[in-house]
Design a protein around this ligand. Structure first.
Ligand SMILES: Cc1ncc(COP(=O)(O)O)c(C=O)c1O
Length: 263
């Protein structure tokens, strides 16, 4: 959906998007999406990789059950595919579900985690995998021009984030829940409260279109993401608010008041 469709240019691959409930794929639908060249009279692409995003952004920050993660990895491996977890927000899933991180990713071949976003480092993502995979990824990163020689200072910030900012993610989740419940109680907004499982709140607005509301909130000092990226497609629009370590209880009060005033 994002990153400018770069997979097609950089990796030269095709993808198959799998239907999901609140952003969560079922193992059955993953199995259905896997296509192999063999037996297809050259019609099918060769599927080699299954990617799972946890938490699922467009699913509202929703969290996979461990059983589903294990079953998806089993489907991947049974079909000679690798399993990758896009764990940009994995530690939100770890804290919200109380799962041990090593257990969560036990059956994955690779994972990526983001040191910014919830963990609060100014920059950085980390790819985790076996030594041979990382050596290969290191070479591709160099070829794509993504290598950095001056990354020590950035790594220091990332280490600080890993050592200090994981456990406190629960505070973000509690604030997101308070925000979601307060907005859902207002006439002009509706929220799928069941999808609010971590630090995100997707807000459906009933009138005016997202752009007007985003501008009105900005005037009150509140920045939210307009999912239509400024294009007004109709009278229902969705905004995304994300809570992170710079957002305090007082900020949540201010955001609730701003949404109320902007109704
Ligand atoms: C789910 C998810 N995966 C991956 C990325 C990419 O992260 P990075 O730009 O740090 O590689 C993002 C960034 O927004 C994301 O939200």
């Amino acid at each position: 959906m994002y990153e400018a469709g770069g997979y097609a240019v950089l990796a030269g691959c095709s993808i198959s998007l799998v239907e999901g409930e609140r952003g969560q794929m079922s193992p059955e639908n993953v199995q259905r999406a896997i296509r192999k060249v063999a037996g297809s009279d050259s019609h099918y692409p060769e599927c080699t990789l299954i990617c799972v995003e946890n938490t699922a952004n467009v699913g509202g920050g929703s969290i996979y059950d461990q059983e589903t993660l294990d079953a998806i990895c089993e489907v991947a491996h049974r079909n000679d595919c690798r399993a990758h977890m896009d764990g940009a927000r994995m530690f939100n899933a770890v804290v919200a579900s109380g799962t041990d991180p090593a257990r969560m990713v036990r059956d994955f071949d690779t994972i990526s985690i983001c040191l910014s976003k919830g963990l609060g480092a100014p920059i950085g993502s980390v790819l985790v995998g076996d030594a041979a995979t990382i050596a290969e990824a290191h070479r591709w990163r160099k070829m794509f021009g993504g290598g950095m020689r001056q990354s020590g200072i950035l790594a220091a910030a990332g280490l600080y984030a890993l050592e200090n900012n994981i456990d406190r993610l629960g505070e973000d989740h509690a604030r997101a829940r308070r925000l979601a419940e307060a907005l859902d109680a207002m006439e002009e907004y509706s929220i799928d409260l069941g999808a609010v499982q971590s630090n995100m709140v997707y807000i459906n607005c009933k009138k005016d279109g997202a752009k007007t509301l985003v501008n009105s909130l900005a005037e009150r000092g509140v920045d939210v993401l307009d999912l239509e990226h400024g294009v007004d497609y109709g009278d229902i629009s969705t905004l995304r608010a994300v809570v992170h370590l710079h957002i305090t209880d007082e900020d949540i009060d201010r955001v609730i008041a701003a949404f109320d005033a902007a109704q």
